[in-house]
Design a protein. Structure first.
Length: 178
């Protein structure tokens, strides 16, 4: 089986029939102070929302390398230690392509966060997240991060890209993508 395939985590036929586009989403953690770095997205998809750092995985790179590259491009931080904590699948009404988002935590990095063309970074307490300024799915899976559990979630968003009508979410033992 293709090591990038998510079929072992998501078995429904509707999902299997869809094309996917691969994305990363990276959360730098300050474990000593119980803080996480978010960025206010300044342009493009998710503009004006706070989120982790990430974007499309390029054809010539692994998912993890894509996550490291996006973090540096969008925040200036250089990863020293990165671990995948989640897999999120987003389906948007009337869109035939599913968004497959690989979620990572970075607990060691070099450099200081800087504002870039795409993101304005800001630290938040991990138990005091600004969910009202984030994507609607985030408050559902963030508790898995707090518990140190890996997770797989599916969210079916309306065409408004704001609200979702149904979701699934579960803990998994491992997420072993390249
Ligand atoms: C639908 O719900 C979402 N929730 C969360 N938490 N994050 C999401 C959601 N949908 C998308 N995302 C994340 C996934 C990626 O990290 C970004 C989107 O990536 P983007 O479109 O900015 O990709 P880039 O390659 O950076 O784009 P450019 O072509 O503009 O460079 O949002």
């Amino acid at each position: 089986m293709d090591p990038r395939s998510v079929a072992r985590f998501v078995e429904d036929a509707e999902h299997q029939a869809m094309a996917h586009r691969l994305y990363t989403l990276v959360f730098p953690m300050d474990e000593q102070n119980d803080r996480v770095l978010l960025g206010m997205k300044k342009r493009g998809f998710g503009r004006d929302k706070l989120n982790g750092f990430g974007g499309k995985v390029e054809a010539n790179e692994t998912i993890t390398k894509g996550a490291e590259r996006e973090l540096t491009e969008e925040s200036g931080l250089v990863t020293k230690s990165i671990k995948q904590c989640g897999l999120l699948l987003f389906y948007f009404e009337k869109d035939p392509v599913a968004m497959e988002v690989h979620v990572f935590l970075v607990d060691r990095y070099e450099g200081a966060a800087v504002e870039t063309d795409e993101m304005r970074p800001q630290w938040f307490g991990i138990r005091d997240m600004p969910f009202e300024r984030m994507w609607a799915d985030d408050s559902h899976w963030w508790p898995y991060v707090l518990r140190g559990q890996k997770f797989v979630g599916q969210f079916w968003f309306k065409a408004d890209q704001v609200t979702f009508t149904q979701h699934t979410l579960r803990a998994v033992d491992s997420l072993d993508f390249a």
